[in-house]
Design a binder for this molecule. Structure first.
Ligand code: PLP
Length: 433
């Protein structure tokens, strides 16, 4: 189509790089999300809100390394802190005082993390939180939600792209990949209280923890309805289970994460993405009595990892988080509301069904009549038309997630967002011709 031809013309080097990469690297990438048709654009560099590809094209970057950059690329204070730390030596292989400093910052913002540990990735943070929950309760099952993404460990890489459950039901997780171990993970529908009640009624004594995102980051940004997270806490506690809130994506919504906005107090929290300032860094923690299992020279739970909590990541993350306060949150909230409104207007102008989900600095465009409050409705969205729109956006200098999710960074200006809306207008026009 026209969008693909326009992209081909602008990005011959990306096309060539991709062809070369696939010869050695399966699918040409080491992260499944980076492989999308016709081929991903290959990055050369990033600065602030922009990304440049290997052909020299500039993009407004609404991907932000999959929501993990709150200040965009090469944020000055973060770069300075990272370089200074590297000069002291990277990966010193001994604990650093900055770890306690960073832990204090996180506890101040997430008071439920009375004690916490660092990890290298969000995957690890959730996996260790789950392990802590199993150790604490002596139980083996997790209850998660269909469409919910918590990284790539076997027990949570379940029911991510699976056929929707019937409302009011639950099921055993459907593996999202070949090669996973059989796991006892249970799955219910997001925002479906009846399904959760049934899961607890039938398996209440086996569930160690409910693990949930405050919005489905990989499934249309469906947000937890008011009271849903508190309902999960209440159900879990009534049955002797714990609530793990995965704020790896949602911690960009507020300095205290989405849990503050929802007024819910989980037992364990997993953090990641923006807290590393562009470096791989994550954390998990919770109530003292749960985290005690990691204490001592011969702990009940052994956490290992050669690069865990390495000094360079801590330095980068601390610099980024110190520049993420109430003022930045307010500005991002305002920009987010403005862009969500603008997107809805663009699609309304074409008479296309659209649902624009998201809060704060996040938005998702799903080509389906709303409201989209469950995974089943979101799955029915018109992915083919969206794919054409996305290709048209790429050809016009907008880098956006293949599933229609975008996120803002602090350097973005109103002019950037207006340029995006103009490009969207043109891309939708082409896609619907
Ligand atoms: N949990 C959520 C909500 C995420 O969005 C992600 C990453 O996309 C993860 C967990 C996994 O984190 P990582 O990719 O750092 O392993």
């Amino acid at each position: 189509d026209a969008a693909t031809r326009a992209l081909n013309k602008r990005t011959p080097r990306s096309e060539g790089s991709y062809a070369r990469a696939t010869g050695r690297i399966p699918a040409g990438v080491s992260r499944q999300t980076l492989a999308y048709p016709p081929y991903p654009v290959f990055a050369e560099r990033g600065a602030g809100q922009y990304l440049w590809d290997v052909d020299g094209n500039r993009y407004l970057d609404l991907v932000n390394n999959y929501t993990s950059l709150i200040h965009g690329h090469a944020h000055g204070p973060t770069v300075e802190a990272t370089i200074a730390e590297l000069r002291r030596g990277g990966a010193l292989g001994a604990p650093c005082a900055s770890e306690r400093e960073f832990a204090d910052l996180l506890t101040e913002r997430f008071p439920v993390m009375e004690r916490l540990r660092f990890a290298l990735s969000g995957t690890e943070a959730v996996a260790f939180a789950a392990r802590a929950a199993r150790a604490f309760t002596g139980r083996r099952r997790l209850l998660k939600f269909e469409g919910g993404f918590h990284g790539s460990s076997d027990e949570v890489q379940q029911s991510i792209g699976a056929e929707p459950l019937s409302p009011g039901t639950f099921g055993l997780g459907v593996p999202n990949s070949a090669g996973l171990l059989p796991v006892p993970t249970l799955v219910a529908g997001y925002n479906d209280r009846a399904g959760v009640r049934r899961a607890f009624a039938e398996h209440g004594s086996e569930i160690a923890a409910v693990v949930v995102e405050p919005f489905l980051g990989n499934a249309g940004l469906i947000t937890a309805e008011p009271g849903f997270l508190a309902f999960l806490a209440e159900q879990a506690h009534r049955h002797g289970a714990l609530l793990i809130v995965d704020e790896i994506q949602s911690m960009r919504l507020d300095t205290g994460g989405a849990q503050r906005l929802h007024g819910v107090v989980p037992d364990l929290v997993a953090l990641g993405k923006i807290m590393g300032g562009g470096m791989p860094l994550a954390a998990f923690g919770g109530r003292e009595e749960i985290m005690r299992a990691f204490d001592g020279f011969a702990p009940a739970i052994a956490q290992t990892g050669t690069f865990t909590a390495f000094n360079v990541g801590l330095a980068a993350g601390l610099a980024t988080m110190r520049h993420f306060g109430a003022e930045e949150v307010r500005a991002l909230d305002r920009a987010g509301a403005r862009v969500r409104d603008g997107i809805a207007k663009v699609f309304a102008g074409y008479g296309l069904p659209v649902t624009v989900n998201g809060t704060g600095s996040m938005f998702n465009i799903s080509l389906v009549e709303g409201p989209v409050r469950d995974y089943r409705t979101w799955r029915a969205a018109d992915a083919r038309t969206w794919n054409r729109v996305r290709t048209g956006l790429l050809a016009r200098g907008v880098h956006i997630n293949a599933r229609g999710t975008g996120c803002l960074s602090t350097p973005m200006t109103d002019t950037d967002l207006d340029d995006f809306l103009t490009a969207l207008h043109l891309a939708v026009g082409d896609a619907t011709k």
